[in-house]
Design a protein around this ligand. Sequence first.
Ligand code: PL3
Ligand code: FE2
Ligand code: FE2
Length: 237
Amino acid sequence: MNNFPPQMINKQPDFHSDAYRDAYSRINGVVVIGETLADRHFRSLAKSIPDDHDLLLSLAAMESRHAVDFVGCGRNLSIRADTSLARKLFDPLHKLFQECEHNGNLAGCLVIQGLIIESFAIAAYQEYLPVADPYAQPITELVLHDEEQHINYAECWLKAHFKEAKNEVSSICSKALPITLSILQTLTNDMRTIGMNPIELIASFSERFQSALETVGYKGSSARRLIMRSTLSVPLT
Ligand code: PL3
Ligand code: FE2
Ligand code: FE2
């Protein structure tokens, strides 16, 4: 089975059409801002978790390189990232991270960056790979490999602190998941324009996020309920 939407089978998008370039500038903006914030979030976690300080700084450095590499993907197509929409879209998630940080809610910070944003990135980059241009394709593949390390870090930390953190994890999920899905929803048309299937992306996101919750300590049924409860309020068309 492949991941191509039906209209894209045996067909690559026209990377130079106006419609592609317009949509890509917004999608690329979201990716570049998402990576830039991920860098900031891991640097802030490095301060809060002194035992893992150096490891977290190395994850932050990967994020900053991802941002630079994705700017390069835009430049290669002579497209400039539209970062103003992206900043608005990510702002509520970033504010929620800062609120958790301010309240010493480390579990909340790790859920937002380590589980939710990383699941989002993994699902999005996997869906993008089959329709990526030849320059962006190998870069995206390498980035995907790094994102797995990021989610693994958060899974391990939260698993080790599950007993005392469970309530915080559930509560942050119900605040952060609707925000994440609304970012996705805003990008739906642009994703279709660049050949991605947004419904498949949401399916992959839920799958990856559910698996993360189970690794951390949730039973399959509770993980599913948590995701459904937090997502059903957002129309997914
Ligand atoms: C975590 O390391 C970074 C988080 C970035 C979030 C990315 C969201 C992507 C939205 C859909 C675009 C995928 C296509 C990529 C094109 C350059
Ligand atoms: Fe990244
Ligand atoms: Fe990451």
